[in-house]
Design a protein around this ligand. Structure first.
Ligand SMILES: Nc1ncnc2c1ncn2[C@@H]1O[C@H](COP(=O)(O)OP(=O)(O)OP(=O)(O)O)[C@@H](O)[C@H]1O
Ligand SMILES: [Mg+2]
Length: 467
């Protein structure tokens, strides 16, 4: 049963509200002035679900009381009781966080509605808080696997930045856990109870992205029949995760920079701006510093975003983490395949450790998932694994560049090195074109004849279909 505190200096008002609300099934407690009310709340901080407050009282004013209580217990809605003549104070009380107001003389129906609405809101807020806590508990730092020095270093930085609320830039190859780290920064910060919203800058066309981020006014463009809040605004007091920030156009870079400087948002089609308190966490798998050098990313924005940089290592650069990750994913997917636990043979584990994982943790996760299904039991043997060959996937990243990882000891010549480069490049091109020699040759601007000749010379096997 909800408990309501009525604070009013006039006895007949208190009695009238008491009778009405008790009839509605609420428990009502009275206080004749702000000081007494304050004492009650301090003694029983979570007793009341709602406060009805007269603004005009001798001693401590209703406004003063409202300010103090709203700060101490922001979760208790406060409805003010006010005369029409004091519109200005009413406005002030509303701006200080009052939930709503009831005007004197009372309209019984109106009182019932407002009280019910305020209590409903309070319940909803509690539920949302509870839900957010549950979600937050899914992202404790210890659910991110990584015992390697590189990952331990990442966790240290994440722990520090989570508390400090600065803008963070997360850089790492595809599938290294950028979004996971962004979430853990948010959910380990004081903003955990507020929204975490993601916008993928690479997935939304530029003209839509602007209104997606900043919102728009009614009539801003054809089809804008109502006003819409942008994601920056929706993430107020929380965090906005800007994924693939390297894809942001130069004109939107200017707008984002302005937001980071002023913390102000201007909706599309509006001429005024308003303040917003949203933390930005950005991520990219591109080399932003290089984009700055090429003139495709603004230097000033780069420095604004890059207050703290979290660099996520590739999985092949921290192979020691592979066994832990495998165990983690085995446990996660065991239940799904109807087992209490799953197991992997040492031979299969060896294969996983030897592989270079161009798709990083995401790829490893998918392989474990798929292999458990293939195993149709709970033991993964080498034959349940997909083909994992480093030579075919080469060392290419998404853009098709590659790093020559072959180690040359003493006694090699320029010819040896170039030969290796050629082999890697051709294998990569064949992989990209699913073994289609003609296409691979075109990609490398070679004649098909020369390509086939070199394939033979280097004994490059064309295992995949295509011509
Ligand atoms: N260290 C880790 N421990 C446990 N799970 C991880 C770890 N790193 C990544 N994952 C899991 O791998 C998957 C990919 O991670 P995430 O989506 O965060 O990567 P990403 O860097 O954002 O990838 P992309 O660039 O493709 O968007 C997710 O399911 C995530 O939960
Ligand atoms: Mg991602």
């Amino acid at each position: 049963m909800s408990k309501i505190l009525v604070v009013d200096d006039e006895l007949h008002v208190r009695k009238a509200l008491q009778t009405l609300l008790t009839k509605e099934g609420y428990i009502v407690q009275e206080a004749e002035d702000a000081l007494n009310a304050m004492k009650l709340i301090e003694t029983y901080p979570s007793l009341f679900q709602l406060i009805l407050l007269d603004l005009n009282m001798p001693g401590m004013s209703g406004i003063e009381f409202l300010q103090t209580i709203h700060k101490q217990c922001p979760e208790i809605p406060i409805v003010i009781i006010t005369a029409f003549s004091t519109a200005e104070t009413t406005m002030k009380a509303m701006s200080l966080g009052a939930f709503d107001y009831i005007a004197k003389p009372f309209n019984i129906q109106h009182i019932k509605q407002i009280v019910a609405k305020a209590l409903h809101m309070k319940r909803l807020t509690n539920e949302v808080k509870h839900l957010r806590k549950t979600v937050a508990s899914r992202y404790p730092l210890n659910s991110i696997i990584g015992n390697s020095d590189q990952m331990q270093e990442v966790f240290k930085v994440v722990g520090k930045v989570a508390a400090s609320l600065v803008t963070v830039l997360i850089q790492g190859e595809s599938g290294t856990g950028k979004e996971l780290i962004a979430k853990s920064i948010h959910y380990n910060s004081s903003r955990a109870g507020f929204p975490f919203i993601t916008v993928n800058c690479g997935a939304i066309p530029e003209n839509l992205l602007e209104s997606e981020l900043f919102g728009y006014e009614r009539g801003a463009f054809t089809g804008a029949s109502t006003r819409k809040a942008g994601k920056l605004e929706l993430a107020h007091q929380g965090s906005l995760f800007l994924d693939e920030i390297g894809e942001l156009s130069l004109s939107l870079q200017v707008k984002l920079l302005r937001f980071l400087q002023e913390q102000e948002v201007e909706r599309v089609g509006s001429s005024s701006s308003f303040k917003i308190d949203t933390r930005i966490i950005a991520a990219t798998n591109r080399n932003l510093a290089e984009m700055v050098r090429n003139g495709t990313f603004r230097e000033d924005l780069y420095y604004r975003l890059n207050v703290v940089m979290v660099g996520l290592p590739s999985l092949r650069g921290r192979k020691g983490d592979i066994p832990d990750l495998v165990q983690f994913f085995l446990a996660r997917y065991a239940k799904e395949t109807g087992n209490d636990f799953s197991y992997i043979s040492p031979e299969a584990m060896d294969k996983l450790i030897q592989y270079d994982w161009p798709g990083n943790v995401r790829q490893l996760q998918n392989v474990i998932h798929r292999s458990l299904v293939m195993a149709s039991g709970n033991i993964i043997l080498p034959e349940h694994l997909p083909e994992l060959s480093n030579s075919q996937t080469a060392t290419s990243d998404r853009k098709g560049l590659f790093v020559l990882r072959e180690k040359f000891d003493s006694g090699f010549t320029m010819r040896d090195v170039l030969r290796k480069v050629e082999i890697e490049t051709m294998r990569w091109a064949l992989h990209r074109t699913s073994g289609n020699k003609a296409q691979a040759a075109r990609m490398l601007e070679m004649s098909r004849k020369a390509f086939v000749y070199k394939c033979r010379e280097y004994q490059i096997e064309i295992t995949e279909q295509g011509e």
